[in-house]
Design a protein around this ligand. Structure first.
Ligand SMILES: NC(=O)c1ccc[n+]([C@@H]2O[C@H](COP(=O)([O-])OP(=O)(O)OC[C@H]3O[C@@H](n4cnc5c(N)ncnc54)[C@H](OP(=O)(O)O)[C@@H]3O)[C@@H](O)[C@H]2O)c1
Length: 337
């Protein structure tokens, strides 16, 4: 059994400022019950959008009141096993997706929630659940086909760069938006057909000039005026999937005055849908296995943001970093080497 203490990040009070909402606690390392595993987390994925909304108390479907734990996906190593658990050994590398299971050095989870992996590497965090969301959103909410034009916004981000590759693998022409040259370089390496660095080119202008028939499928992570531009440029029977609205998470929702959205959609028989992974839970396992196959067979590449973040204490900085849009690929925090 492990002895000693571990640290975790807890939301102590609702606040629009992440740092003011959270505290770091030090607790005794727990002992797993008979059906549980004790895992030492090595890496956790940073989901700054979700974290910020949780700290504001603005995630209606979870309805948490402080104090509650933060962080979702983690990879690490099993350090203790409950008596009734089969199929796992101490030392196995595992991945977990559990609300509150990410931003902590140790976690106890029911064994059925852990997935054995060959090595606790951060790339796995980009596939589970980030990549799963991209895949299920494109295929189920977006009804992705082949030989269509697909637009991915925040295309070089954790979610976006997987969406770009999946849309390419399905045989589509893929447009990706991004905000820096380093991100444009990544998108080029991933085979993105048209890269729009919005600091250099106007999204609406490019779509109007180069895609007069409109966009068949939009995977929008950004929201606000980017969302408006995407709606404006949908093709006949185009589908826009709202994955998130990261441009608005740190601000109050912006009231806008314009005709109801069906005036934009109706004449094109276009549609706007929102995607939220928990409401598509039945697709997760198959999507996860398919993504792991694509990754291990090197059909998709996983980009980890090169700026390192070490330790629980670095999480507020990592969250702010992601919200300022500097990241290229998935932001992760490392707990031990
Ligand atoms: N619905 C779901 O189930 C689900 C699941 C996972 C993620 N998501 C959503 O997917 C989106 C991406 O999440 P992620 O964790 O993978 O983040 P990310 O894409 O790795 O990072 C966010 C990116 O958003 C872009 N961005 C554009 N405008 C921005 C603005 N005003 N402020 C901040 N960032 C801006 C930035 O890239 P550029 O400047 O290059 O555009 C930034 O790098 C978020 O909206 C998230 O909530 C939803």
């Amino acid at each position: 059994m492990q002895s000693g203490t571990y640290k975790k990040l807890v939301v102590k009070q609702f606040s629009s400022d992440f740092q003011s909402a959270i505290a770091i606690e030090e607790l005794p390392i727990p002992t797993p019950n008979s059906d549980e595993l004790l895992i030492r987390n090595k890496f956790a994925g940073v989901n700054a959008g979700f974290d910020t909304l949780l700290c504001q108390g603005n995630v209606p479907y979870v309805n948490l009141t402080p104090p509650f734990d933060l962080g979702v996906e983690a990879v690490g190593e099993i350090v203790a096993i409950g008596d009734a658990v089969d199929g796992f050994d101490v030392g196995n590398a595992v991945a977990t997706i559990a609300r509150g299971g990410g931003y902590r050095e140790y976690q106890v989870v029911p064994a059925h929630l852990a997935v054995k992996i060959s090595e606790a590497i951060p790339e796995i965090l980009t596939l589970m659940p980030t990549g799963i969301s991209a895949l299920v959103a494109l295929e189920q909410a977006g009804e992705m086909r082949s030989q269509e034009t697909v637009l991915v916004t925040a295309a070089a981000g954790g979610t976006g760069h997987i969406a770009v590759q999946l849309a390419k693998l399905a045989g589509n022409h893929v447009i990706g938006t991004c905000g820096s040259e380093a991100k444009a370089q990544l998108l080029q390496e991933l085979g993105c057909d048209r890269i729009i660095n919005y600091h250099q080119e106007d999204l609406h202008g490019v779509l109007q000039n180069e895609y007069p028939n409109g966009i068949n499928l939009v995977f929008d992570c950004v929201g606000s005026t980017v969302f408006d531009t995407c709606v404006e440029n949908l093709a006949v029977r185009g589908r826009l999937v709202s994955i998130g609205f990261i441009s608005e998470y740190a601000k109050a929702p912006q009231p806008i005055l314009q005709p109801r959205i069906y005036h934009k959609l109706f004449w094109k028989a276009a549609s706007v849908r929102a995607f939220l992974m928990p409401h598509y839970a039945e697709y997760m396992v198959e999507a996860r296995d398919r993504l792991l196959d694509l990754f291990y067979s090197q059909k998709i590449r996983v980009a980890i943001n090169p700026t390192p973040f070490y330790g629980i204490e670095s999480i507020p900085t990592a969250v702010n970093y992601l919200l300022t849009g500097k990241n290229v690929g998935k932001v992760v925090v490392q707990f031990y080497r």
